[in-house]
Design a protein around this ligand. Sequence first.
Ligand SMILES: [Zn+2]
Length: 260
Amino acid sequence: MPAELFAPENTLEDASEDTGFLTPVNVSSSLFFESPVEIFARVHREIRPRTPVPAIVVEFKQFANADSHVRLESGTVTVRITDLLEGAPAPVLESLAHILLGKLYRKPAARQYEHRYRLYLNRRDMRRRITLVRQTRGRKVHLGSQGSVHNLEEVFEELNQKYFGGMMTRPGLGWSHVRSRTRLGHFDPCHQMIMISRIFDDPRAPRLALEYVMFHEMLHLHYPVDHSGARRCVHTPEFKAHEKQFPQFKEARALLKKMW
Ligand SMILES: [Zn+2]
């Protein structure tokens, strides 16, 4: 199998949102006596009953986030799991096996597994550990706040005065390396950092569009993410209502659509 199997489709990212409902699941007791390799082998038999189970290697790795990966190379399935899940309950590893092997063989896992896995990662203690791991192991790569056209600190402080009474503490601000058209901006709570896509650091880009994106990210600072159950709601109704108070809301959003 080619190396790109390591690519995103076989990577389980920790940030996806789940809208599932709690489904009661009967967890077989034999599960608790299996090693991680045995769990993955059993799930492999369930997903591909007609195929002999390949050699399976399970490693726990110190990633900078809660991602896990799977690849199939020269007949061996290698699973690399975030060390945050080392010692996780067997039913959680079983869910992860369904999700990762499902990605590998393009057979999406049943919702109950997705849900069980998300529920575990969304626990308060896990969220705290994930944040810590991101803070200590991750690093933010950006170009600083002074662009060639706009200075993000100036934009931030202007909006802070206008719409937040100057009360917002300035987080880290940076232009992204990549001129992303899909990710216009994002707020990273682990690093207290607002990152803006470099496409806005361009004389042709209307400042209103940049201001709107910054305003949106500032609202993320203002409204903490609501974690309830397996759901992760980022744009709460309060968030959306506040966002519409941006004076040229419609105009700004239209600009974003027209710009590219
Ligand atoms: Zn947002």
